[in-house]
Design a protein around this ligand. Structure first.
Ligand SMILES: Cc1cc2nc3c(=O)[nH]c(=O)nc-3n(C[C@H](O)[C@H](O)[C@H](O)COP(=O)(O)O)c2cc1C
Length: 169
């Protein structure tokens, strides 16, 4: 069952290396009146070396250590996961989090940001394969639109999908 936005307890849990995904998390947080929490990972700095190490680890599938806030995921009605796409997959820090098999609630959604040079489906499918339940909603946004603040329509559509009650027949 879906709840109205003001009744829903929502958590946005994201990783961002250079701030793009963080910007979307903040925007979604305001739209959904949601709590925001960050997955931190000191392995990948926001410089070129960080980019190269991230790319290397992503290709190799090397999962890095992460810091995650001490929260009880099950206390939320909905958890929205967010990450950039790295080498066609969700960024490794989100994959590290999911590999810990967190006890997530029944409603989980995903947003991804990317540089528009690979389709998001591979990343979505991979995240789905790490979850015991289907994703309730997916949003992927090009970094160019986020930088120019041209993503409000997509945010509105995503929020509507997550807050519109589903009719069970
Ligand atoms: C190591 C690495 C690999 C990336 N691989 C892809 C990719 O396969 N496809 C794509 O469209 N963008 C790719 N990008 C671009 C990021 O997804 C994009 O810049 C993202 O919005 C950055 O988010 P952030 O600022 O929250 O870290 C890659 C970026 C990095 C650092």
């Amino acid at each position: 069952m879906n709840l109205e936005v003001d009744e829903m307890k929502t958590l946005i849990l994201y990783y961002s290396r250079t701030g793009t995904t963080a910007k979307v998390a903040r925007t979604l947080g305001l739209a959904l009146d949601a709590q925001i929490a960050e997955i931190k990972c000191s392995h990948y700095r926001s410089n070129w070396l960080g980019y190269l190490i991230a790319g290397y680890d992503s290709v190799k599938g090397n999962l890095p250590p992460i810091e995650v806030p001490d929260l009880s995921w099950k206390n939320y009605d909905l958890v929205i996961l967010g990450a950039p796409i790295w080498t066609s997959y969700a960024a490794l820090p989100l994959r590290s989090f999911l590999s810990q098999k967190p006890d997530l609630p029944k409603r989980v959604a995903l947003f991804l940001t990317h540089g528009s040079h690979s389709p998001a489906q591979k990343a979505v499918d991979f995240v789905s394969s790490l979850l015991p339940i289907p994703l309730e909603g997916v949003l992927d946004l090009p970094q160019s639109q986020i930088t120019k603040d041209q993503f409000s329509d997509q945010i509105d559509g995503f929020v509507e999908k997550l807050t519109t009650p589903t009719v069970v027949t």
